[in-house]
Structures are given as C-alpha cells and as structure tokens.
Ligand binder design. Structure first.
Ligand SMILES: Nc1ncnc2c1ncn2[C@@H]1O[C@H](COP(=O)(O)OP(=O)(O)O)[C@@H](O)[C@H]1O
Ligand SMILES: CC(=O)OP(=O)(O)O
Ligand SMILES: [Mg+2]
Length: 406
C-alpha cells in the first residue's frame, strides 16, 4: 500500500490537485486533476502523471455545492491506491495572516481563525477553506494541512513590507504580506537546479496567471513582492485592478455613492483585464481579439508588469535573472516578448525563436539578464510541505510539528 498525500490548489479561477506518493525523498506524482465547479455541470477530471485521462465525472450544480466532487476524488484515490493509503490532504491557503512561516495541521479552531481573514482575500479564502470543511465531514479522522501562500514572504522586512500610514496600523498587522508563495518557492527551487550559479544573484520571478505578482529573490528568499495586505495590489490581473491611487476608492464612495461592498466587488471582480477590455479576463481571448479595447488591456498588463519588474530590481539593486511562470507566463509568448522589449534598457534581450518554442532559457547571449520559462508546480510544493509535517509528527520524541518549520 502506498502512502499518499492529496495536494489541493484552490485558485481564483480553478481547483487543481495532485496525488503524490510520499515514501521517497521527494514526493512522486501518481495522478493529477482539476475540479471545475463553475461549469453548468461541475466536472472532475483525473489524469495520470503522464497526462492520460483516467476519470471524468459530471455532477449537478447542487450536488457539487454539497461536496460530491470531493467525495468522487476520495472514492477514486481509495479505489485505486487502497482505503488507508491517504495520509493527509494538503491545502493551498491563500492568507495565513502574521503567524505562519510554514505549514500547520488544520484544526477546527485554526480553520475558523483563517476564515476570519476572508476580508483580506475575499476571492480566495472561502474557496480555499470550503474543501477543508467538506473533507472533514467526509473523513473526520483525516489529517489536513494548511500550506500558506503568505509563508514564503514571512521574512519580508521594512521598507519593502511597510505602508506609509500611521505606525499603529502596522502594529495591528496592516503591512505587505505577499502571495503566490507556493509557486515562488517551487520556482526558486527549480532555478537552483537549472541555473545554480544564479541562486546567489538578483532574481525576479513573474507569476502571471489569473492572479499575478512578482517576487524579488535574494539567496532564494523573498525580499520584496508586489501583492500587499491583500492579493489586490500590484500588477493588473484577470479581474483585479492591482495598484491604484487610493484616492479612487474614496472618490467612488464619496461621489459615485458606492458602498464598501460595491467597491470591493468592482476592484476584485470587474476590474483588471476584464474591466479595461470590457469583454474578457482571459489572456487567450484578448490576444486573439481584434478590438482596440482588448489590445489596450493587454498593453496595460505588459506595461505594469515591466514597471513592476523594474521596481523589484530597485529592491535588488540590479537584475541578473528573470523567470516567467503561471498560466500567462508559461504559455503567452507574446506577453513574455513584449515585457522583454519594455525592459531592453535594463539589459533584457529575449531570443525570439527560443521564446516561440517556450524553451527553458529564452534570453540571448548579448543581454545581461538570463530569462527562463519555468512551469510552476504549487501542488508539488504542497506535497513537500505535507511530507515534512507528517515526518515530524511521526518522529518519536521529535520536534513539534510547528517548531520543525520555524
Ligand atoms: N496559451 C495561452 N495563452 C495565453 N494565455 C494563457 C494561455 N493558457 C493560459 N493562459 C492564461 O492563464 C490564465 C490562468 O492562469 P493560471 O495560472 O492557470 O490561473 P490561476 O491563477 O487560476 O492558477 C488564464 O486566465 C489565461 O488568461
Ligand atoms: C493569490 C492569487 O492571486 O492567486 P490566484 O492567482 O490563484 O488568483
Ligand atoms: Mg494559480
């Protein structure tokens, strides 16, 4: 019987998962899949590690709301790998607040505490926590582990972490937290494998997906990032505005008579690529569109990403490596190419043929910045975290679960 861990990556536009065998030094992917809850007939797809279709089920929307898709995932795992093979479920939890620098075992109390952070990540936190409750109801004894997007940025310090508001608010936790940490951690680890000579240099990772953020890395650690107290700050995103004059928020409330809830909805759901194009949040649709507004939305996305990379380079006092990841970063060669052009003055030179082919290294030899495309793997990061927590739990007289990650 294998010891397995199910890693759930609940994002703003999808729930992806991977099932991993955790006996070996590094977790081994057994199968992967996706839950599409927002389709008219919510769908579960499971594929083998090599990508062959294994299972596809559809449910009525009301069944999916009641967690039946998760019951289908458990049934698949138990059927295929044995009833007691599943040792834990690891969850991507977007906001961990100020306390967590690593993964922790979820309890009812912790789940409630994390739920209270919903106003700081309204698009994500409920979507991340709903499966925790569903799985606890389906398998009450099952160990569930929270793996935080914020944890990788735990070491952020002023000035990068500080907002220019009265200090009493910082003491209450109003500061830059940063997100996409599970992705940045994976990519930083992968970079250490593919270009070890770069790890001590000045690196920016661009996670460009439905949510998008940048991370400045020094010696493999996050020293700056574009998202803030919430995943609303920084780059232009699918439906989120990114950095905006805070006076706009006051204007909307004072002169457009919008309520706080309406402003929140506008900034999280109606802005970004969707708001500027007026048609779509999906980069594929916008790139294929002939409309001027779609082109302008893409141009704004590129402009702000390039500005952000220059800003992260200021924190690092230069730039030696730039890595693209996330759905857009991995697949949209037009966006990588356009960002590269905006940053030519900084020594970024993208090789058109390598970029078209999405090779691992896409920079030309005459530039001063090495540019890579690295597919992210948040599920593997979650599985690694879970394996460490389970090992620490299993060590007789060993360190506590929490101190093992300090
Ligand atoms: N071939 C492609 N060309 C351009 N954009 C793409 C392509 N494939 C995916 N994308 C973009 O990636 C986005 C999703 O990124 P992803 O990282 O998977 O999202 P999430 O933030 O939900 O994890 C989509 O909204 C789409 O705009
Ligand atoms: C934090 C965040 O923006 O996540 P996602 O890209 O999944 O929306
Ligand atoms: Mg994602």
């Amino acid at each position: 019987m294998s010891n397995t861990v199910l890693a759930l990556n609940s994002g703003s536009s999808s729930i992806k998962f991977g099932l991993f065998e955790i006996a070996a030094a590094d977790p081994i992917l057994l199968c992967k899949g996706q839950l599409d809850e927002h389709e008219a007939k919510p769908r579960l797809i499971v594929r083998s590690a090599a990508g062959e279709d294994l299972v596809e089920t559809r449910r009525d929307a009301s069944d999916a709301e009641d967690g039946h898709l998760f019951a289908d995932v458990l049934a698949f795992v138990e059927d295929r790998f044995g009833e007691r093979s599943l040792r834990a479920v690891g969850h991507r939890i977007v906001h961990g607040g100020p306390d967590y620098s690593g993964p922790v075992v979820l309890t009812d109390d912790l789940t409630a505490k994390l739920q209270a952070l919903t106003p700081l990540a309204p698009l994500h936190q409920p979507r991340c926590l709903a499966p925790v409750r569903t799985l606890a109801a389906l398998r009450p004894g099952l160990t569930q582990i929270a793996c935080f997007d914020t944890a990788f940025h735990h070491g952020l310090a002023p000035p990068a972490s500080r907002f220019a508001i009265p200090r009493r608010f910082e003491a209450r936790g109003v500061r830059r937290y940063g997100f996409h940490g599970l992705s940045f951690e994976y990519v930083a680890g992968r970079l250490a494998e593919i270009a070890p000579e770069l790890t001590a240099r000045r690196i920016v990772i661009a996670h460009l997906g439905n949510g998008a953020s940048l991370c400045a890395l020094r010696n493999g650690r996050s020293v700056d990032t574009t998202m803030g107290l919430t995943p609303l700050d920084g780059l232009v995103m699918g439906t989120r505005c990114g950095t905006i004059d805070p006076g706009v928020l006051l204007y909307l409330q004072q002169h457009e008579n919008m309520s706080v809830e309406e402003v929140q909805h506008l900034l999280y759901h109606e802005s970004g690529l969707f708001g500027v194009s007026g048609t779509s949040a999906d980069m594929r649709t916008l790139l294929a569109s002939g409309e001027a507004a779609a082109r302008e939305a893409v141009d704004l996305f590129v402009f702000r990403a390039a500005q952000g990379i220059a800003m992260m380079s200021t924190t690092l006092e230069g730039l030696d490596g730039l890595i693209f990841t996330g759905g857009i970063g991995e697949h949209a060669k037009e966006i990588r190419g356009a960002i590269g052009e905006c940053l030519a003055w900084m020594g970024v030179r993208i090789d058109a043929a390598a970029n078209d082919a999405a090779r691992e290294c896409i920079s030309r030899g005459d530039g001063s910045v090495e540019v890579f495309v690295v597919p992210t793997n948040e599920e593997l990061t979650i599985a690694r975290h879970c394996a460490r927590v389970l090992r620490a739990m299993a060590t007789p007289g060993g360190r506590s679960v929490l101190s093992a990650f300090a």
